[in-house]
Design a protein around this ligand. Sequence first.
Ligand code: LLP
Length: 415
Amino acid sequence: MAFSYLNKRLHCDGVDLETIAQKYGTPTYVYSESILRRNVQVLKEAFIDRGFKVSYAMKANSNPAILKLFRDYGLGVDIVSAGEYKMAERVGFTGPEINFAGVGKTIAELDLALESEIGHFNVESRFELDLLESRAAVLDKRARVLLRLNPDIDPQTHPHISTGLKRSKFGMGSEKVFHILTHSSEYPHIIFKGIHCHIGSQIVNPQPFYDLIDYLSLFTGRLHSVGVDIQHLDLGGGFGVNYEEPFEDILTTTPYLETFAEIANKKLNQFQLHIQPGRVLVANSAVLLSRVLGIKHNGDQHFVVIDGATTDIVRPALYNAYHKVSAHQESQNSKIGDVVGPVCESSDALARQRELPDFKSGDLLTIASAGAYASSMGSTYNLRPLSPEVMILKEGTAKLIRRRQSFDEMVGLYV
Ligand code: LLP
């Protein structure tokens, strides 16, 4: 069922979204537990059942209810900050189930992860490796490390989310990685477990992934020829989803998952393979439910002003990303216009020059694909409290999984 029209009104798993708006107000993120379960089941069958280790990149959505659901399917978690560590710990992930990625880690973060005996660090630079070596020596620990290799492969996605090109800030070039791995004895407190790559995000054409597999096959062959054998290869995340048709099934929107797993297994079969997907698991599991505040026209421009904003979904402003807009009440009439929020920025638009239902003040609407990089990138700009999150459970009941931030919580930070 997921998100679908019943009696011309948009429902989530049998629950009319109007009842959610009345109970929790708007804007509110609404998640479908059944979609989350279907997504994680598909990834489990494609990857975990083929021997991969899957760590959920929790930057995509760090709500503990979602983390807990994924943990129950055997996923680990990929973190990028002490805050994410704390949330993962709260949910019950233990050290070995946690990987720590990211281009800049503080001493406090390295110490926290070392003390917690996390599974491994994905190290992105020599300065980070030197720091980790010295902190591990101080704390009398040995750190398990994958070196992040920058393979200079174009993922053919938005430039802001391309991470595996030579000029990007991420990872290290192959010669540096080769040098470190052939001089590993210089790092007595580091156990070099393998290599990590993450070439980008929202990758819909799988060819760059297949290029990555070939690249790693050659590179590890070169290491082997000089007597360096690693055990682990982490191929990163980046699986794209269909923003145009968000209510389709994950296997329809991202059809190459199984083929990718099979090719990786065939060509890199001597390694323990890992992936760290974020978006594909969560993006299309949620909508942002919002209400129309009013309609206005400036010149020949038609604006639908809503109570949701870039503070709830920043992706259109940041990447010119497309998020589907749907009326709660199915209608035939349409108008070309922009859906904009109340924030004092011209970039505060959720949709531009779109064929939209003929909205009126007070109508409910949804912005789709609000499960990934939406609430986790939310902000309180204009002192707008963070919006609540509600999950529609399998049995068709609504559960609040994050409260709306109160004004007191928001202004109380200021001392
Ligand atoms: N691993 C690493 C090292 C990453 O940097 C990322 C995402 C992932 C895994 C997960 O990638 P995914 O499977 O979600 O594509 N805010 C942007 C996306 C930023 C992605 C950052 N890194 C957006 O809204 O499109």
